[in-house]
Design a protein around this ligand. Structure first.
Ligand code: AHR
Length: 510
């Protein structure tokens, strides 16, 4: 059998793009226990004066989440924002149609804006283009961003919020191609509505950035014609098109499961081509950017959640979508992060969906602590060390085939150069399940750079999980697996492992 190998060449001149830090964004939806008993639980011992859990805030700050999408997701298509503001005692309880729960409206637009400040995150707001339209979207924008002297800005001030929130990024609805969406539309119907809503919103605040809905996933029958039609209607007035994808290991085939980041790569390439086709057709100057604002592994909790929604509807904050992640899920999340970085010239925002309790890296016990799922770690590492300039790596790797994919690289990797800190970080996943593979990195383009750290996430059991009491999937130091000489770094990547190899320029070297 041919020897397995992986090689990359790193040079400061091989630049993909400066990474927009917003690709490390996340998402909080009014869904399950994301908000209630997730970020907000006034009776919890760690709660602050506003009822927000400090233990959760600490973990969010540890990751460094630059932007958080809110309030949905499917939830937004039946969201009455006016119910979520003003005196809490006067806010109505609402039937929430997407998840068949009861929304108590204890946390709304202003509370969430305050949470974002505490978390150090920017807020990405979605408007309801399901049951509502231009008017409600404009009123919400006026409420949030207009300083004062108008009906809705003065309403905000009367609610005790003097300064506008100045929310920059706005999503024009959510997954409007999906028949499950309340107020689902055809591509043309949605494209027209999105365009008119965008135009009106820009009249109120010309500084906002707008995200139009792409397909819910590549399996939709309307994909990718949906994107072409929507963009033909709305290209001139929007800045980003959204992409969503979730993967699962439904047939318990780990090799095939880990190959799914290749599908994400293909998805991104298709959407770039579609955007550029419409750009050419319209003779437009503007380049459409991509917002991958929902991505993750999601499948573990499906039947449990379906059962709750069907048989025990209308609860407040029921346990829904509480996927318990294992080690192989963390590997795929790492691979997906690498894929996003490889496209950082066009993917300018991305949201790991979601952040707390609902398909999330952070979980909470109602009567106990907040804790880290396996997927917490690759997300943390990428957000912490993946800021700077993404580099082309001229990657070569031995390959394998899986049930659904051919020519899958054994090692998938990328690199980010932080010029200011004089740090170079290689992210690499060995997706071979049997063999360690040596990654050879030519770093002659970075003279004076020395190994600073090698973090590895590995485990004998790909199904190993973390829990509130036990963190069994934890990053370890693996510096001893590296040899650097003559500008060639050789790193042993353990079979099935996520690796963060950090180099730093030695002080005093040229
Ligand atoms: O993130 C969970 C759900 O997945 C979102 O509400 C929806 O947009 C997507 O289908």
């Amino acid at each position: 059998m041919a020897k397995k190998f992986a090689r990359i060449t790193l040079d400061p001149d091989f630049q993909i793009s400066a990474v927009d830090n917003r690709i490390y964004g996340s998402f909080i939806e009014h869904l399950g226990r994301a908000v209630y008993t997730g970020i907000y639980q006034p009776e919890h011992p760690s709660a602050d004066e506003e009822g927000f859990r400090r233990d959760v805030l600490d973990l969010v700050r540890e990751i460094g989440v630059p932007i958080v999408r809110y309030p949905g997701g499917n939830f937004v298509s039946n969201f009455y924002w006016e119910d979520s503001v003003g005196p809490v005692a006067e806010r109505p309880r609402r039937l929430e149609l997407a998840w068949r729960s009861t929304e108590p409206n204890l946390v709304g637009v202003n509370e969430f804006a305050s949470w974002c400040k505490k978390a150090g995150s920017e807020m990405m707001m979605a408007v309801n283009l399901g049951t509502r339209g231009i008017e409600a979207a404009c009123n919400l924008l006026e409420y949030c961003n207009h300083p004062s002297g108008s009906k809705y800005s003065d309403l905000r001030i009367s609610h005790g919020v003097k300064n506008p929130h100045n929310i920059k990024v706005w999503c024009l609805g959510n997954e409007m191609d999906g028949p499950w969406q309340t107020g689902h539309k055809t591509a043309w119907e949605y494209g027209r509505l999105a365009d008119e809503t965008a135009k009106a919103m820009r009249q109120i605040d010309p500084e906002i950035q707008l995200v139009v809905c792409g397909s819910s996933n590549t399996g939709m029958a309307t994909y990718p014609q949906w994107e072409a039609t929507v963009l033909e209607e709305a290209y001139d007035h929007v800045d980003y098109i959204s992409l969503h994808t979730y993967y699962g290991n439904r047939f318990n085939d780990t090799a095939n499961f880990l190959a799914q980041s290749d599908d994400m790569d293909r998805f991104i390439k298709t959407i770039i081509s579609t955007c550029d086709f419409v750009k050419a057709k319209k003779r437009a100057k503007k380049e459409m950017m991509l917002s991958f604002d929902e991505w993750n592994v999601w499948f573990h909790s499906n039947s449990q959640s379906d059962d709750t929604m069907q048989n025990r509807p209308w609860a407040v904050a029921p346990s829904l979508l509480e996927d318990r992640y294992n080690f192989e899920d963390a590997l795929l999340v790492g691979l997906m992060l690498i894929t996003l970085l490889k496209h950082s010239d066009r993917v300018r925002m991305a949201c790991l969906a979601q952040l707390v309790n609902v398909i999330a890296p952070i979980m909470t016990e109602k009567d106990g602590p907040a804790w880290k799922q396996t997927i917490f770690y690759p997300y943390l590492h990428a957000s912490k060390y993946g800021r700077g300039i993404a580099l082309h790596t001229a990657q070569r790797s031995s390959r394998h085939d899986t049930m659904d994919f051919t020519g899958v690289t054994d090692v998938e990797s990328t690199a980010v150069w932080n010029q200011e800190q004089e740090e170079l970080t290689i992210f690499a996943v060995n997706r071979d399940l049997e063999e360690d593979i040596v990654l050879e990195s030519d770093v002659k383009g970075f003279p004076g750079y020395r190994l600073a750290e090698h973090l590895v996430l590995e485990h004998d059991d790909v199904k190993a999980e973390n829990g509130p009491e036990r963190q069994v999937v934890l990053p370890q130091n693996a510096e001893s697996r590296n040899e650097l000489s003559g500008g060639l770094l050789k790193t042993r990547l353990a079979k099935a492992s996520w690796n963060v190899i950090r180099l730093k320029k030695e002080k005093g070297t040229l």
